[in-house]
Design a protein around this ligand. Structure first.
Ligand SMILES: [Zn+2]
Length: 139
């Protein structure tokens, strides 16, 4: 039996690599980069231990046979990650549209609406849930 086949057999029924594990590995890379600039012995040691713990956790996730639990964790991670990503995309769009549009949350369904920048109080209708509510655009 070839080496690759042996690995395949070993990994059968295990969680393997997912986006949460990928994030953990990137995190250890970031920590080791930060650690490069940290000179204090104890601070450096603590960062090193944190890095080892995260690596250990990543290895545990890859080898874990509780695939259902691990994929539930992965889904939770992706949800949080998408939230973070969308937050930054929104801030970027806010700056891009600062002269022409304002962003407001729908009061009912929490969708973010992109409104034309017209000063004063207006009634807007959410295109998603059709709910109407008032907005006040000051600047
Ligand atoms: Zn709505």
């Amino acid at each position: 039996m070839g080496f690759l086949q042996k690995i395949q057999q070993f990994m059968y029924g295990r969680n393997g690599f997912d986006s949460y594990t990928f994030f953990l590995l990137i995190l250890t890379l970031i920590i080791s980069t930060v650690n490069f600039f940290v000179w204090g012995y104890w601070a450096s040691l603590v960062l090193y231990i944190i890095q080892l713990l995260i690596l250990g956790y990543a290895a545990f996730r890859i080898l874990s046979k509780s695939v259902h639990k691990r994929s539930a964790e992965n889904r939770r991670f992706q949800k949080i990650w998408n939230g973070v990503k969308n937050f930054f995309i929104l801030q970027k769009n806010r700056i891009r549209d600062i002269k022409t549009h304002r962003y407001r949350k729908c009061r009912y369904c929490k969708a973010t609406l992109r409104l034309k920048r017209r000063r004063g109080k207006h009634t807007v209708r959410c295109p998603k849930c059709r709910g109407e509510f008032k907005v006040n655009i000051v600047v």
